[in-house]
Design a protein around this ligand. Structure first.
Ligand SMILES: Cc1ncc(COP(=O)(O)O)c(C=O)c1O
Length: 341
């Protein structure tokens, strides 16, 4: 018997279930552009999880902050790039839980627009009351976190560290839960041949979904779009390892070796650097469906989804679902990409 998700410490933060909406105009447009055998297209709105502009990290933080509270911690520490959506949602979750929050943000993305360094998520982190510490790209993380934990303890505090992207087995439980939720929504629509496509970065979302599929035994196939690492095979392997750890927590069998579907064609030059296909996808989905994607994750993810549909990859399916993992506040940090012309 697998372990039930409600047996884990859990702090309710998200508005669930998130909506599953059909994208009829996008489907018509792709058919007009020559796509054949296009399944019904849907969007699962995890940008509507409700916490300080929403996004996928909220589901992970429900389990992570549940654990932090159970351990009696009072200061949440996490990390990411300057425009981390994860950091913004962590700041909001800590505020809801009544805990302090310190964000250590590494200046790793070689994107030089002025707005990147002051607007978007960075602005929201400060409004949400987090303490923001910016470090150089090549700073020694082990030393920095060691010193920070000592500093918190010296003041009588108890830190809880949330790994980058909230991507531990505990955080990934949030996406095992999301898989069960989506599979039930698809069942209710009578759609049992489906696929779920999403942007993959630190891997916890995909790992959790895969663990959820192991738990449920039936439901949509899962296809990640790599927006993070050049080495696609190594990233797929680390997602498999995290999915196996998450499955072990749930006392359900590990996924088969080599079963992670991860497309490495849409990253572009590097993580956080815009691509033309991303910009086209962001504008197309905004204009067809009134949905705002983001420049770092869901824009590249949607570029992948569209190209896969155009190539007929899902012609055998009844439905292809794009998981909107949030991030639209990042558009303001990349405003220059969308204001020309
Ligand atoms: C908007 C958005 N989409 C997708 C992802 C990728 O999720 P994961 O890091 O779990 O792979 C992130 C991660 O930061 C994100 O902020």
């Amino acid at each position: 018997m697998a372990k039930a998700l409600d047996e884990f410490p859990h702090l309710p933060l998200a508005h669930l279930p998130t909506p599953l909406a059909e994208m009829r105009h996008l489907r018509d447009e792709l058919r007009a552009r020559g796509a054949r055998n296009v399944p019904r297209l849907f969007i699962k709105r995890d940008d509507c999880t409700g916490l300080a502009t929403g996004g996928n990290k909220t589901r992970k933080l429900e389990y992570l902050l549940g654990e932090a509270l159970e351990e009696g911690c009072d200061t949440i520490v996490t990390t990411g790039a300057l425009q981390s959506n994860h950091a913004r949602q962590t700041a909001a979750a800590a505020a809801v839980a009544g805990l302090s929050c310190i964000l250590v943000l590494f200046d790793t993305v070689p994107y030089k627009a002025a707005a990147y360094r002051r607007s978007g998520n960075l602005l929201l982190d400060r409004i949400l009351g987090a303490e923001v510490r910016v470090e150089d790209a090549d700073a020694d993380a082990v030393k920095i976190f060691g010193a920070l934990f000592e500093e918190i303890k010296a003041k009588g505090g108890k830190p809880y560290f949330v790994p980058v992207g909230g991507s531990s087995a505990t955080g990934s439980l949030g996406y095992a839960n999301a898989y069960l939720e989506l599979a039930d929504q698809l069942d209710a629509l009578g759609l049992d041949q489906s696929v779920l496509v999403h942007a993959s970065s630190s891997g916890g979302t995909q790992a959790g979904l895969v663990a959820g599929a192991q738990l449920r035994g039936a439901g949509p196939a899962i296809a990640g779009i790599n927006v993070y690492r050049k080495d696609n095979a190594a990233m797929a392997e680390s997602i498999h390892a995290l999915a196996s750890k998450t499955a072990a927590l749930l006392e359900t069998p590990s996924p088969a070796q080599g079963s992670i579907d991860l497309d490495g064609e849409f990253l572009g030059e590097a993580y956080g650097l815009p691509t033309q296909e991303m910009k086209d996808a962001v504008e197309l989905v905004a204009r067809m469906e009134g949905v705002l994607l983001d420049p770092v994750y869901t824009g590249k993810g949607m570029a992948g989804f569209i190209r896969q549909i155009m190539a007929g990859k899902y012609a055998q399916k009844e439905a292809a679902v794009f998981l909107h993992t949030g991030g639209s506040s990042g558009l303001f940090a990349y405003e220059e990409e969308f204001t020309a012309g």
